[in-house]
Design a protein around this ligand. Structure first.
Ligand SMILES: [Zn+2]
Length: 403
């Protein structure tokens, strides 16, 4: 969580009443999406007393649940307990099989951040829990900090990045609240930690080294993290990796479908005659058009017909196809009438394709168009003459292909 911080709280040492030592299972009251069918559907013990100490034992792990808030909903407790017994063993098995077997959750009215973890104890703000009843994977992030058990001499951004990587990978209800990792942006780098760093780690895993997160976790755990870890694992420095990432930052599941064609757009530069008022690189600027992420879009309020979008390819190439991906909402903002032109010098332009009346079958939907061309050009231009009815314009992706 953004507000997560390592607390200097003294580990709870009060005598814990083991009210029930038999193996218990927990039930998910949140209405589905249960990830692990091995979690039996027996009700949790003692759902009647709200405050006090509750103990849950399953699969060799013990969860002590403390609560001092009489208004804390017991179904909320059940959700947290359920998520714990799903994700903690998964995170432990991969990242630290020797992690502690007894974890404490404390719902504490005196705690005012979202959640924080120290010394085997996660502290939750009941107010936050109440206002965000479906954000149960706050548990997944926080208990990853217990599994990490890093000494703290590695970079904090990486600790939080790996915790959000774990939430993304092992979280049970992320989709319910639309939680995901943060795509590449020009305004933040990996040092932002959390979702920004997690997206970078996922990209590295897909593009550079499948074991990268395990290697980093191991280095952090054994207090041997050094900048050379990146070089050893990937052949590139952290800065070189970040620069590579920026050229084509989408994760596999976010990428524009292009079939068997060669994507000429990677590493291209984009420019537009009308930019989002917050500037290039801001959310929903033209940066999003060639970032190869179909989930992010370029949006213009007050679109002016004749808008031209220009791609300068890394090297001149023969293009004979392109894809366009519609935005996530408002179909009337889709382009409906456009031209494609090309140039070798950005001064003299040749018309390659024209589409007077197009539409997209759905949201975040990619259409592919082909045309005839044998010439190699470095510059390609898309001129939008009209939208599907709106005075605003949006497009998620435009990519130039050779097939
Ligand atoms: Zn954290």
């Amino acid at each position: 969580m953004k507000n997560c911080r390592i607390l200097n709280i003294i580990f709870f040492t009060a005598f814990i009443i083991m009210s029930c030592k038999k193996s218990v299972a927990v039930v998910d009251n949140s209405g589905g999406n249960k990830k692990d069918s091995t979690v039996a559907d027996t009700p949790p013990i003692d759902t009647t007393s709200v405050t006090g100490i509750h103990t849950y034992i399953q699969g060799g792990d013990t969860l002590i649940f403390l609560n001092n808030d009489p208004d804390f909903d017991t179904s909320m407790r059940t959700k947290y307990v359920n998520v714990f017994f799903i994700v903690y063993p998964e995170e432990a098995a991969r990242f630290n099989p020797g992690t502690i077997k007894k974890v404490t959750f404390s719902v504490d009215t005196a705690y005012h951040d979202i959640a924080g973890t120290a010394n085997g104890k996660v502290t939750f703000n009941p107010e936050y829990c109440r206002n965000n009843p479906n954000d149960v994977d706050v548990v997944t992030h926080e208990v990853m900090h217990i599994v990490q058990a890093y000494s703290g001499d590695g970079p904090g951004w990486l600790t939080e990045g790996i915790a959000d990587y774990a939430r993304y990978t092992y979280g049970v209800h992320n989709a319910d609240i639309g939680w995901t990792v943060q795509p590449y942006s020009l305004t933040k780098d990996y040092t932002a930690g959390y979702g920004e760093a997690a997206h970078f780690l996922l990209w590295l895993e897909q593009n550079k080294n499948k074991q990268i997160v395990d290697i980093l976790n191991n280095a952090m755990y054994h207090s041997i993290y050094a900048p050379s870890v990146w070089l050893t694992a990937t052949g590139e420095t952290l800065e070189e990796l970040w620069a590579d990432y920026g050229k084509n930052p989408a994760l596999t599941e976010e990428k524009t479908p292009i079939g068997d064609a060669t994507d000429l757009t990677v590493g291209s530069q984009i420019s537009v005659t009308q930019e989002n008022p917050d500037g290039y690189g801001s959310p929903e600027s033209s940066f999003e058009l060639n970032d190869n992420d179909i989930k992010s879009k370029f949006l213009l309020y007050g679109f002016q017909p004749g808008l031209s979008i220009r791609l300068k390819l890394k090297t001149p190439a023969v293009a004979n196809a392109y894809v366009m991906t519609s935005g996530n909402d408002n179909p009337d903002r889709d382009p409906s009438n456009w031209l494609i032109l090309a140039s070798k010098d950005s001064a003299n332009w040749t018309l390659l394709d024209g589409r007077p009346n197009e539409s997209f079958a759905g949201r975040n939907t990619t259409n592919k168009y082909t045309f005839t061309n044998q010439e190699s050009y470095q510059y390609y231009m898309l001129v939008i003459n009209s939208t599907a009815g709106s005075g605003d314009f949006q497009l998620s992706e435009w990519r130039i292909l050779q097939q």
